[in-house]
Ligand binder design. Structure first.
Ligand code: ATP
Length: 137
């Protein structure tokens, strides 16, 4: 089985849609191996998105991700990274397929409800950014 890091972003948390999103992920076969609600500092958001430093939307992204609490989860499933990306849909909710989480719960290309790891190696690094080993056992 494979793991991926999922984040329910501030926009979805503020709208109280986290429960619906977690329920949908469980319906899609994901098991929650770890979960916590945290309010990132700006520096912590910058650290998480370090690879995007230099992109035009970086400042907007870290401001958004640190404005209110998020729900961070380590999810497990067969082919978790690819399957999760399929279930959340395209980055821009307006372009996401019908029924995807971003289409259902996202507001715009920045405030798009959820994050997902882009590949298994990234998932391992992102899970380790938020969870100690004993928390994801
Ligand atoms: P994620 O990494 O969150 O799963 P992604 O891989 O679909 O998203 P990326 O291109 O890696 O998308 O962008 C990372 C995040 O940066 C997006 O999820 C979104 O919140 C934000 N973002 C991307 N493009 C823009 C943009 N043009 N304007 C504002 N924010 C953006």
């Amino acid at each position: 089985l494979e793991r991926t890091l999922s984040i329910i972003k501030p926009d979805a948390m503020e709208k109280n849609t986290a429960g619906a999103i977690v329920a949908r992920l469980e319906q899609e076969g994901f098991t929650v191996k770890a979960m916590k609600r945290i309010h990132l500092t700006r520096a912590e958001a910058e650290g998480f998105y370090a690879e995007h430093q230099g992109r035009g939307f970086f400042d907007e992204l870290v401001t958004f991700m640190s404005r209110s609490p998020i729900l961070v989860m380590a999810l497990e499933r067969e082919d978790a990274v690819a399957k999760y990306r399929e279930v959340i849909g395209a980055t821009d909710p307006a372009k996401a397929a019908a029924g995807t989480i971003r289409k259902l719960y996202g507001a715009n290309v920045g405030e798009n409800a959820v994050h997902g790891s882009d590949k298994p190696a990234t998932a391992a690094r992102e899970i380790a950014y938020f969870f100690a080993g004993y928390e994801v056992a």
